[in-house]
Design a protein around this ligand. Structure first.
Ligand code: PHE
Length: 396
């Protein structure tokens, strides 16, 4: 009675204030900012493991974030968010493909949401700093796609909690260089790269090393920044050189711009690139005829690939790109680690992941080397008639 009376007397302002204070308290308790599954409260006595997902859900590579998140959720959904005795909760975060934001969201997931493991992020430039935060806090991290070596090793020292589901760029750059030399019979190349992006810097170096070792010559190596949109000065100079291939190791938006402008300058060289080209938003007309190295092809006839393609297509209405496939695989790796460890202790989960032997995933079989990298094959794809076409697979 007294309560009712009091309630009636509460002014609109008081109610608002209460709601506000309550929300602040909830956020402080770590219940805010997550997705639906992450927001669910654990039932009494339930054994829970919380997995954070980080990807670029907005920004210049947002198709990467969308694909990886779709596949991450699909892998969990298939298992009903259960692994052994554990119920899996999730919290998702957007790093916008910005390294500072990546550190912010990783820190929030670890300190506020108390995740035991992180799937993510996608790009090397975000994942390298995230791996420092995760490893420093003893939280397991499995990146689906970040290919730069520094994700798992810094100054020669292994980050024990950091793993990946993909091959690394020394291999990817070498595959591209060998393909240029042996299949395209290229002798002279030019490279454009983003001087502020670890991924493109790495591929530029690894490609150059392998291409020159194999007898090729790199006639021009030109740097740009991620803000640049007009490449005409550099391309005018490159057009004067007699090059066979133009290596463009960047993400789909940037290479589409460069490719288009290169053709406008009369550059006839074959375009060559890396996994960063893999997007439905690549400018297929501008990049026609170009080749790129990737992690898998949906045309691969292996039954595990075809089954996966069907499953993903049924749910999301599009073929899974390499990002989706690797995110599915990364999630399987983590879940297997949890299952084998039969524990929510990140130290035990990381030991179980490290111990995996020939664990079968869609994109290949996983056994970790001393640097927490799996040894896997690459696929070479071509942009042909406005589509991605599988050319060949290359073993390590
Ligand atoms: N390998 C890229 C990086 O490290 C990310 C990427 C992977 C992009 C696969 C597209 C496809 O930044």
């Amino acid at each position: 009675m007294l309560w009712e009376g009091l309630l009636v007397k509460l002014s609109k302002w008081m109610v608002l204030l209460t709601v506000l204070l309550l929300s602040v308290a909830l956020v402080a308790a770590g219940c805010g900012g997550g997705d639906k599954a992450g927001d669910q409260k654990a039932a009494e006595g339930e054994k829970v493991i919380t997995i954070g997902f980080i990807g670029p859900l907005t920004g210049d590579v947002k198709t990467f974030g969308e694909s990886t998140k779709n596949a991450f959720l699909l892998a969990l959904e298939e298992r009903n968010y259960k692994v052994g005795d554990f119920t899996i909760k999730t919290v998702t975060a957007d790093d916008r493909n910005d390294a500072t934001e990546a550190v912010n969201v990783a820190t929030k997931l670890i300190t506020q949401d108390k995740v035991q493991a992180i799937i993510g992020s996608v790009t090397s430039k975000c994942t390298i700093p995230i791996s420092e935060v995760a490893n420093g806090n003893g939280v397991v991290m499995v990146t689906p796609t970040a290919t730069n070596p520094a994700v798992t090793v810094a100054d020669g020292k292994l980050k024990e909690y950091a793993f990946r589901a993909c091959f690394i760029d020394p291999f990817q750059g070498t595959v591209a260089a060998k393909f240029a030399l042996d299949e395209l019979k290229a002798k002279k190349a030019a490279i454009l790269f983003d001087q502020g992006n670890d991924y493109t810097i790495g591929l530029k170096d690894f490609f150059t090393e392998a291409f020159t070792k194999g007898g090729g010559q790199v006639l021009a190596t030109e740097a740009y920044t991620d803000k640049d949109t007009d490449f005409s000065a550099v391309l005018t100079n490159i057009a004067k050189l007699d090059i066979d291939v133009l290596y463009l190791p960047d993400y789909y938006q940037k290479v589409s711009l460069i490719g288009k402008q290169a053709r406008e300058k009369g550059i006839k060289a074959v375009f060559l690139g890396g996994d960063g080209w893999d997007s439905s938003e690549l400018d297929f007309a501008a990049m026609e005829g170009g080749y790129f190295t990737n992690h898998y092809s949906p045309e691969d006839p292996r039954p595990e690939v075809q089954e996966w393609v069907k499953k993903y297509e049924a749910k999301y209405g599009a073929k899974p790109d390499a990002l989706a496939t690797l995110a599915y695989d990364a999630t399987l790796i983590l879940l297997k680690g949890i299952e084998d460890a039969n524990s929510s202790d990140p130290a035990k989960i990381k030991d179980a992941i490290k111990a995996l032997q020939n664990f079968q995933t869609v994109s290949g079989s996983i056994t970790y080397d001393e640097n927490n990298n799996p040894v896997k094959s690459a696929a070479i794809l071509q942009i042909k008639d406005g589509k991605q076409v599988f050319v060949k697979s290359v073993n390590p």
